[in-house]
Each structure stands twice: as C-alpha cells, then as structure tokens.
Design a protein around this ligand. Structure first.
Ligand SMILES: [Fe+2]
Length: 310
C-alpha cells in the first residue's frame, strides 16, 4: 500500500465534518489507536477474514461482560498500576504498600463495622482464617478512621453477588479503624480461580498458549482521612500460581504468610473445633497530595441490585 494512502486515510478518520467540533482528547487517542491498527494491518498483512473475526471477538467479549477480565489478562490493568506508581514516585510519594489491580468483582456498599468483623456467613466449610493488622501512615503513625473494604472468593473461587448461591455480601465487609489503626476479621481461606473456561478471555489466552488462573488472594481497598486511597490485594503464600497470575497482580511485598495453628488449646481458645490460620499484615498509606491528580480510580462498578436481578 502506498504510504500516502495510509496517511491520508488516518487524517480523514479524525478530521471533523464541516460545522462540527471534535472532542480533542478523544480525537487524539482514537487517532493514535486507529493509526497503530492501520499499521498493524498493513505490516502483518492482516486478512479481511482475520479483521472481521476480531470484530466478532470483541462483540463476544461485550456480550459475555468480560472486558474486566480481558483487560488484566492482556496486562492493561497492571500497566495502569505501574503508571500510577511512577507518577507517585515522581511526586515524592513513596513508602506506601504497593497497589495492585482492583479487578471487576468489587461491589460497593458492603456492611460496615468498627474494629473487627466476620466476613463469612458460616455456610462454607473452608479453613478459618483470622487476619489482622494496622493501617498506618508511611511514617508508621496509626490512622484513625480508616475504612478497610475487604472482599474475596469462597472455597470454590466464587464471589458473592455474582454467585447466586451465596448470601449477598458474603465475604465482603468494611471495617473502620480506631485510634490504634487496627483492623481484624474472621473469614475462610479463599481459593484461587480461573477465567470461565468457555468464555472469550480464555479463548484468546488459549491462542496465546496461556492459562487463565489466579492464585488465592484477598482484595483490600483502604480509604482514610488525609491519605491516598490504596487498592491492593494480598496473596496467600504457597499457591501454585503465586508467581504465575494471569492478571499479573502478584507483587513481592503483598505475599502474606499464613500461619497454621493446630494446637488443641489454641483451637479451643478460639471457640473452634479444627485447626485455623492467622495472617498479620499492616498496610501503609501515602498522605494526600496535590502533586498527583488521581486517587481512587474512577471506574464503573457493579451495584449489588444490578447483579441480583440477573
Ligand atoms: Fe479476585
């Protein structure tokens, strides 16, 4: 193809029609994406059949509501994290617990309690875990009034709200810290999970020769007065996919040690009848700053009632 034909067509795609105005930002970004895709088609000699197959694929991703899986699977969500890390570092904001991807399964509005909570409704026979720690500023000062939003999967790797077999907000709670910055909760150890095996995300991963598994993890979002919001996850040590997460979310500093307690006296003291686990994990937040123009990522999130009617 003559290079000028390519350049000419790219120019036309983002040239406003007579009497109409473009959104400059959208025009710039779309123009760049179209330009890069035009060159991809030209350089790789993409056939019309391949192109229309790709269009059908994107339709399927939308129909199956899997863009929230495809984005982390292709590394985009981790890329956004790395870019936010760099922006904070450039602004002198260092020392916080590393962020990692939110994923598509956070649901706002979990029940809130002060200091501690029980996340599970008792219906899942999973191993009991007690997780606790402190919410601290980067200088080690405990943060009063921090709200820790916790959500995780059950032993089948499924999340409440999205899994109609679970009670609403099972394994989802908000816990507010007091002046000591402490949070604590009882729950069950989650399992890892995988992309739907017949969905379009796994379909593409198959073509790339990749699996679609995530290691067991617990999602955490912490909001606190005068501090930057932290969205992160902790990974459970020992999972076979710990360092092979299809979503690229594992970070070394976020691997938590799960301690097994099988002494009968300890078990009885907790009012349990089987061994249990503990996790001790502190989270550090950067203080608020006007040097960066983002905080909690503003994105569409599922509302509980939206899923409940499906
Ligand atoms: Fe998750």
């Amino acid at each position: 193809m003559q290079p000028e034909h390519l350049t000419d067509l790219i120019e036309k795609v983002t040239s406003p029609s007579d009497g109409l105005a473009a959104n400059p930002r959208v025009s710039e970004v779309v123009g760049r994406i179209v330009k890069d895709l035009f060159h991809t088609i030209e350089d790789l000699d993409v056939t019309p059949e391949e192109f229309w197959s790709a269009m059908d694929y994107l339709r399927d991703v939308g129909t199956n509501n899997e863009f929230g899986l495809l984005a982390p699977g292709l590394g985009f969500e981790h890329l956004l994290d790395l870019r936010m890390d760099e922006a904070e570092h450039a602004a002198g904001l260092d020392g916080a617990t590393p962020r990692t991807i939110e994923g598509p399964l956070f649901v706002p509005g979990a029940p809130k309690s002060k200091g501690d909570a029980r996340l599970d409704d008792g219906s899942d026979e999973g191993d009991v875990v007690f997780m606790s720690g402190r919410i601290l500023s980067t200088d080690g000062t405990p943060i009063d009034g921090a709200v820790v939003d916790v959500w995780h999967a059950n032993t089948r790797g499924l999340y409440s709200i999205f899994d109609s077999d679970q009670t609403p907000y099972n394994l989802r709670r908000k816990i507010e810290t007091g002046s000591d910055g402490r949070y604590a909760f009882r729950s069950i150890l989650p399992s890892g999970y995988a992309c739907p095996p017949n969905g379009p995300t796994q379909q593409l991963l198959d073509q790339l020769g990749r699996h679609g598994n995530r290691p067991a993890h617990i999602h955490i979002m912490v909001e606190a007065p005068d501090h930057r919001t932290l969205t992160t996850q902790i990974n459970l040590d020992g999972d076979e996919y710990l360092n092979d997460d299809f979503a690229f979310a594992t970070r070394e500093e976020l691997v938590a040690v799960t301690v097994l307690h099988d002494d009968p006296a300890d078990i009885e003291a907790r009012g349990l009848t089987a061994p249990f686990y503990t996790i001790d994990f502190d989270f550090n937040l950067n203080t608020s700053s006007e040097a960066v123009d983002f905080d909690r990522v503003d994105r569409a999130r599922v509302e509980a009632q939206m899923v409940a009617v499906v």
